[in-house]
Design a binder for this molecule. Sequence first.
Ligand code: ZN
Length: 697
Amino acid sequence: MKTPFFFAATTLFFLASSFTPPGTDPKGAQSKDPAKTPNKMAPNTDFQYQTDQFADLRILRYQVPGFSELTLKQKEMVYDLCEAALCGRDIHWDQNYKYNLTVRKTLENIIGTYKGDKTTEDYKKFLVYAKRVFFSSGIHHHYSSDKMFPECSIGYFSDLIKNSDPSGFPIHNGESTTSFTTRISPIIYDPTIAPKKVNLDSKSDLVKTSAVNFYEGVTQEEVQTFYEGMTDKNSKTPVMTGLNSKVIKENGKLVEKKWMVGGMYSPAIEKMVYWMEKASALAENPEQKDALEKLIKFYKTGDLKDFDEYNIAWVKDINSTIDVVNGFIEVYNDPLGYKGSFESTVSIKDMEASKRIKTIGDNAQWFEDNSPLKPEHKKKNVTGITAKVITVAVESGDAAPATPIGINLPNNEWIREKHGSKSVNLGNIVDSYDHASGGGVIDEFYYNDEIRNRVKKCAPYADKLHTDMHEVIGHASGQINPGVGQPATTLKNYASTLEEGRADLVALYYLMDQKMIDIGVMESLDYGKAAYDEYITKGLMVQLSRLKPGKNLEEAHMRNRQFIAAWVYEKGKKENVIEKKIRDGKTYFVINDYGKLRVLFGDLLREIQRIKSEGDYQAGHDLVENYGVKVDPVLHKEVLARYEKLHIAPYMGFIQAELTPVMEGTKIKDIKVEYPMDFVEQMMYYGKKYALLPVEN
Ligand code: ZN
């Protein structure tokens, strides 16, 4: 399972993340020479996070802090795993649609060899289309799954082909450029051909109406019968049937073309195996080596039992610095939910974030003892919950350029129950999102420069602390009275929003506590102030930008943020703790007294803990319904209008870091990491270097 960015985008700063040192400038000033970005433990503060915006997309970059701290052997291993990841890139393109590689090679050849004028409006329109296709790994939108169309005419597109190097196009044997143009044009322009990548409208045959290349010449019913016959319903350890193959008809019978060495996608998989074998020789410990060897075995046998064996071994590999997800993983792209899309994420453990989390966890009992909870609701023996943060080195396939921010694997349910799972936050990715989202929103919605500058300077790090405190201390804190049932039973549909609110309040309460400075995880109370400014402004205003006009809040996290912000706003009214100000027709919420606000957060925390401890459904219901659901339509309209003016494209994806060996003779002396600036350049480079599959598999 993956956590997409969508939910997180409602919050911008409330995200889980990795370590950024205090003082990081979220604006990401222009980097003079990104290739010379110094690679050290902390991310470079001069880093440019966003490089491009077109259609509904933004292109971001991320850094890989901590890479230079690795040993040469570890660096080499990361490099090998990244190569393996990228060798699988073509698989995902082909899985998304049978003619995606044909289209991609056509676009690449035009970009690379077109002799005409590249400054015209038409060419710019063509390039936007090409970038959208690169972003989505195919001709369908990565999120909506609808077919995308170029805004330049079909006639102009033919001209582009005519004026490019004919030898670079994926032309069939004996085909002329003209007939190639006739063949490719409808694939790109005809709205009736492959209109939808994944069709989930159950009124039609989902297999026939979905463009994904998982089935060919078969109906939905045939596929379902085929797999029902294959599934052992009594097995306590069922494999994920159908995960690694395409289903076709041969001599009237359904057969699987397996994705494996010697099977479908063999040229790409052989290369992946080559790099994984190199990586496995460099493994940090026996558990890691075991997992990699089992993955290699799976790619060679195509046996899903071997895939399960691999996953069990992978779950046990918990002490390594380097980790990798590689395989046919998520099944969202198959309307029937059998087929796994190829993806790979290569990562290194975020040591700084892990240290910070440990420090906080070590003080769990102090936080519990000193919290504003009623004594009878405090835990006598509290241990912090473990959370893990990773730093992405490279992502590929279904995980790139658009990426999840959280990954929880494996997906096979019985393995999760029996052997556990690994759950990680992609720290440096979240960090990039934070920085890229910030500037415009902050300038628009915060009252004055003092507040804005503090939020820009302190909020990215304060958010990480907030997340750590929320996860490690917040959810672990408090106890339920004897005889009172679990919140799911007592508080019912309000349980999750109240629980998220409770954890948030623990974090907020301590972000203004000297203790955080004393244990060395926070530099000054400015971080707490910035966190308060954000929480109030976002909870009362900014998050409304994600809500359609006329709607009320439904999502649990949005509700908890509003009820907290609205409750403290109301309770503090008499003393003017938070003041609503209107300037030039724009609304702002300004905190006048941070100390008193902290007391109010503490009061609400004590009350929510009481509700949970006593199972007081009515009080929980009233709190959420009175403060967390309804939206002021006038303020909502204002927020939508102000947000719209900022022109922030909703979807984001990443340029990958590039690892290059530094050679000394025939020996690798070092691996250097660089952060390219140009999305198209990287796509062209990948298209050339990792073109491992023939078109039209
Ligand atoms: Zn939570």
